[in-house]
Design a protein around this ligand. Structure first.
Ligand SMILES: Cc1cc2nc3c(=O)[nH]c(=O)nc-3n(C[C@H](O)[C@H](O)[C@H](O)COP(=O)(O)O)c2cc1C
Length: 159
């Protein structure tokens, strides 16, 4: 069965709530999910997954240092993640505060790994975003992100 890994960082719980909604979306497509806080993840988790979705709070317009440190360590598997499906989501403190740049920064790392990223012509174009505690609309976007990644994983087959 294909597997999607959801790796996230969260200090006050908002990004974690988003991660749970993303998980719901993946599961609704019948795809296995491993959801882990990035500080507890092992680099090998990346190899085992067919899809990888990253989530981070927006810290000064980019991802949390904990997520960046993990991605920097992933250079160990440079070239080995090619063809896997990726996605990202972010929680921020205010409108225009940098959630989209945070999502794009995480997606850049996945693209450099050679991964496949699907945009969204409606709703959140780059990945799911939320301001503060995710409301119903933000959770819907998170769920949709999980569904889209899971569907693409199924279409592309195991990497
Ligand atoms: C160190 C730090 C930097 C932050 N920088 C920003 C920022 O630049 N723009 C913004 O909108 N929110 C910023 N925030 C707010 C968080 O992104 C926001 O509270 C988020 O929902 C926290 O997610 P969490 O509950 O998953 O930890 C910052 C918070 C911290 C702790």
């Amino acid at each position: 069965m294909p597997t999607v890994l959801i790796l996230y960082y969260s200090r006050s719980g908002n990004t974690e709530e988003m991660a749970k909604a993303v998980e719901e979306g993946v599961k609704s497509e019948g795809v296995k999910v491993v959801r882990k806080k990035v500080t507890r993840a092992n680099l090998k988790d990346l190899l085992k997954a067919d899809g990888i979705i990253l989530g981070s709070p927006n810290y000064y317009g980019t991802m949390a240092a904990e997520m960046k440190a993990f991605l920097d360590k992933s250079v160990q598997y440079h070239g080995k993640l090619e063809g896997k499906v990726g996605g990202a989501f972010s929680s921020g403190g205010g409108l225009g505060g940098g959630v989209e740049t945070t999502v794009l920064d995480m997606l850049k790392s996945l693209l450099i790994h050679g991964m496949v990223i699907q945009g969204d012509p409606r709703g959140s174009h780059y990945g799911a975003v939320s301001i503060g505690k995710p409301n119903a609309e933000a959770k819907k976007e998170c769920k949709k992100l999980g569904e889209k990644v899971a569907r693409l994983v199924k279409r592309l087959g195991a990497s």
